[in-house]
Ligand binder design. Structure first.
Ligand code: KIV
Length: 271
């Protein structure tokens, strides 16, 4: 049995030890009980209840519309399924940018009403007061730098971030600020792999990448993307492990045909 399988519960301390040992961290999203159960039982280290639920579950174009009550609904469904993984929940857009008091109130609601283990927030220095206040309340915080989808209308595009030196320097400075504040890990999204490697090398806390190359301490993907449930999103960094939308399409068509022909239910499938 590997050391990984012997761990009964992933904590922020376990993640730090994984970085120190050079053991890569695997993180996936989940927004509901059934999927979270599969992902947790398979041995994932971190489950992110991402605000990507806005696009994946609700069909919005961006992550901005999802609200705190909806995140709490998704997160509490996930927590009920999870026995081993660390569950991290995104603070949604508009629930923490106003001021640090509002940010703390949002984080407290997530922790109290869902039973999750940590929250994630997008941004660096500009949200440091809020992060600090949340950490002071004993709530673990994961940072998120690089492409931060809640600011998509400021960027105006989903292209790779921090290619230029000025933005790369700012990202490294922000990453260090987040570490110094006490964040237990940072997600870096869609940045050059050289920068991902540099951030990971300069920080003691785990740096988890999505489109940030192979030099970081772990990887995160949206489960619906890697399973091939979503179809119209194919960035270069995405590896599809299944093509579930095709299999599901076949299954639905077979069911329709069986119902229409009277083949379903058969004699054994009724009382
Ligand atoms: O909301 C989300 O799924 C995320 C990941 C892409 C990191 O923030």
């Amino acid at each position: 049995m590997s050391t990984q399988n012997k761990i009964s519960r992933i904590t922020t301390r376990v993640l730090l030890e994984m970085k120190q040992r050079g053991t890569k961290i695997a993180m996936l999203t989940a927004y509901d009980y059934s999927l979270a159960k599969i992902v947790d039982q398979a041995g994932i280290d971190i489950i992110l209840v991402g605000d990507s639920a806005a696009t994946v579950m609700a069909g919005y174009e961006t992550t901005l519309p999802i609200n705190l009550n909806e995140m709490i609904y998704h997160a509490s469904s996930v927590v009920r399924a999870v026995k081993r993984s660390l569950v991290v929940v995104d603070l949604p857009f508009g629930s923490y940018q106003g001021n640090s008091k509002e940010a703390l109130a949002s984080a407290v609601r997530i922790m109290k009403e869902t039973g999750a283990h940590a929250i994630k927030m997008e941004g660096g220095k500009e949200i440091s007061e809020s992060i600090s206040r949340i950490l002071t309340a004993g709530i673990p915080v994961m940072g998120h730098l690089g492409l931060t989808p809640q600011s998509i209308f400021k960027f105006g595009t989903y292209v790779v971030r921090a290619r230029e030196k000025e933005e790369a320097d700012k990202l490294i400075e922000d990453a260090k600020i987040l570490q110094d504040l006490g964040c237990f890990a940072i997600v870096v999204e869609k940045i050059p792999s050289t920068l991902g490697r540099q951030v990971s090398g300069e920080l003691k806390i785990p740096v988890i990448g999505i489109g940030a190359g192979d030099g970081v301490d772990g990887q995160v993907l949206v489960t619906h993307d890697m399973m091939g449930i979503t179809q119209d999103f194919s960035p270069r960094f995405l590896r599809r492990y299944l093509h579930l939308s095709e299999e599901m399409d076949h299954a639905v068509k077979a069911y329709i045909a069986d119902v229409k022909s009277g083949d379903f239910p058969n004699a054994k499938e009724q009382y």
